[in-house]
Write a protein that binds this ligand. Sequence first.
Ligand code: SAM
Length: 351
Amino acid sequence: MTETERIVEKLNRGVFPRVSELEYILGDIPAEEEEFLFGAARRTAKSVFGNKVYIRGLIEFTNFCRNDCLYCGIRRSQSITRYRLTEKEILECCKEGYDLGFRTFVLQGGEDPWFNDSRLVHTVSAIRGRFPDCAITLSVGERSRESYRVLKEAGADRFLLRHETADCNHYGKLHPGEMSFENRMECLRSLRELGYQTGCGFMVGSPYQTMENLIEDLRFIWEFKPAMVGIGPFIPAKGTPFEHEPKGSAELTLRLLSVIRLMRPDLLLPATTALGTAAEDGRTRGILAGANVIMPNLSPENARKNYSLYDNKLNTGCEAAENLAQLKASMAEIGYEIVTDRGDSPAYING
Ligand code: SAM
């Protein structure tokens, strides 16, 4: 039995591996052990979701942001063309997505104060009213518990808020002093308590990240039990303090996806745009490493080019919602099927 087989077997038994075991499996394991790891994660995903891949229509509705996260291409200090979609434009994106077969809309944006509670609640209610059979996911950063509550009441089902790193000191190196690790964690706890299907996540290879940090991230996911986890390689963005930092590894991202899948079989785990940008066929390889969600872009053309979180972010080809046929074909080639479904985690369907 190889070391990887032993660790996978441990994960399959629902045991959190030792630090040295995680260091091993996330390190430079031999190619055949890596294949074994991917295959095991794939089988676990298939045992819960079959060969189905869920799609989410991503609507990047504002690139205004009050925050100045050091890694982000839409941080407050960037001099970029700012835009925000009107409610009418957001609803048009949803309609276009609905007609294509999307049953989840993800509203993602910078922390834009213009979208105060009454405006955002209005938009969420409008989507809920027009598309009652769809799930609404918000990814709009840190807000008050009361804000999360009224948005949930208006019809939002899920919320993605990456924790970015589970290490408080590392958090401080990625964010300006005015942002706090404690508040981010508090937000995540509030979201879960309010009944959102809550997603956390982190960048792989963000500046100053150590193997120890990654293991803390895994432990956090293990303990927090999110419904979704979004991970993708860090990719430097021009004009940010981290523009000359090296990009994160797609290979390590794939190994992490597999470990996360084995830790949590019923998790909604996207093969992210950053993974697709960092490696050729990154998203297909993500599915083959145990991911089960893809989030094509439904934003209007203009918005796409201005929502550049990092350099060379993909927004055409299989990334674009209108090219769903191409995405379906590339998934069919590896034996997977894109489904028109809200795509809830079984843990939530069963209560
Ligand atoms: N403002 C919301 C928030 O903070 O959750 C949502 C938008 S934010 C831009 C979405 C995610 O993009 C972040 O959580 C971060 O992990 C990721 N991101 C930002 N800059 C990135 C970069 N340079 N490389 C890879 N991912 C990045």
